[in-house]
Design a protein around this ligand. Structure first.
Ligand SMILES: [Zn+2]
Length: 281
């Protein structure tokens, strides 16, 4: 059971490698001698139920990029990690207090300006990685705008949910529909930020299949299907803010999920930014 966190307590421990925010200018200059690839994690500040922090998506995006960068370094494909973009398009969670949502237009503009700043410094390859699938549409628009605004930049959006959803039934305990703030997401935060997870507050809450299908199913665009429904309000879907059974979450399940995600991301980045195009510098 997580205790209340007081002033002066350590909130959590963050492992390296550092992101740009923790590097010095000369550190970046040195890194650019070896690679012009930067991973940009996209997070959100949005309700995930009583058992998870609002920054869950930021934490996941940071950890996914961190583990992917470590794997790529082992493969002799070095990359730099940008700071997490903390705000996303989370309008449908605004019924829950603490949620912060920016418009898709703002997210596109913010992303473009972040990338063009990094471009000025020498980065040419921008890899967008989400912790919140609600950002995906804006990320795709931003990727195109970054490419349009430059002569030689590459920008790609990598949606790991497609890879994970194909095998998730083999690593999760639940046999029901797990979604936002459910078993899988809680398990991933248990890996990195157990101090911030409150399992004792977790309440199993599942949607009827015909309702869940519209936000999470193999048919959904975010997991490789061809259907996308706009979402009005999570408050209408779930009184608790999450969907699924967080009480089933185990750190081991989270580790297995991260392994699938990192295998896929690192193989695509290696292939598209290192093998096929040779050294990017
Ligand atoms: Zn989330």
């Amino acid at each position: 059971m997580a205790e209340a966190i007081g002033h002066g307590d350590t909130l959590y421990v963050q492992k390296g490698p550092p992101t740009l925010a923790e590097m010095s200018g000369p550190d970046v200059q040195e890194a650019l001698k070896h690679s012009d690839v930067v991973l940009i994690p996209f997070g959100a500040i949005e309700d995930h139920g009583a058992h998870l922090p609002l920054g869950t998506d930021c934490m996941e995006a940071r950890e996914i990029c961190r583990r992917t960068a470590v794997r790529l370094a082992e493969l002799d494909c070095p990359v730099v990690i940008a700071p997490v973009i903390p705000f996303g398009t989370s309008s449908f969670h605004l019924g829950f207090p603490g949620t912060i949502s920016i418009s898709s237009h703002t997210l596109v503009t913010l992303t473009k300006e972040v990338c063009l700043s990094l471009y000025r410094g020498g980065f040419r390859s921008f890899v967008f990685i989400h912790g919140h699938d609600g950002n995906l549409a804006s990320m795709m628009v931003a990727a195109q705008e970054v490419v349009d605004a430059t002569l030689d930049a590459t920008a790609v959006v990598l949606n790991w949910m497609v890879a994970l959803s194909k095998v998730y039934h083999t690593i999760q305990i639940s046999k029901k529909g797990e979604s936002h703030g459910g078993e899988g997401e809680t398990a991933r935060i248990l890996v990195t930020h157990p101090e911030l997870v409150h399992p004792e507050r977790g309440i199993p809450y599942h949607l009827q299949p015909e309702v869940l299908r519209k936000i999470q199913s193999p048919e959904h665009m975010k997991t490789g299907g061809g259907i996308y429904y706009g979402v009005r309000s999570y408050k209408d879907l779930t009184p608790y803010g999450h969907i699924g059974d967080p009480t089933l979450a185990l750190a081991d399940t989270g580790e297995k999920g991260y392994a699938v995600i990192v295998d896929w991301l690192s193989s695509v980045i290696k292939r598209d930014f290192f093998d096929e195009r040779g050294s990017r510098v």
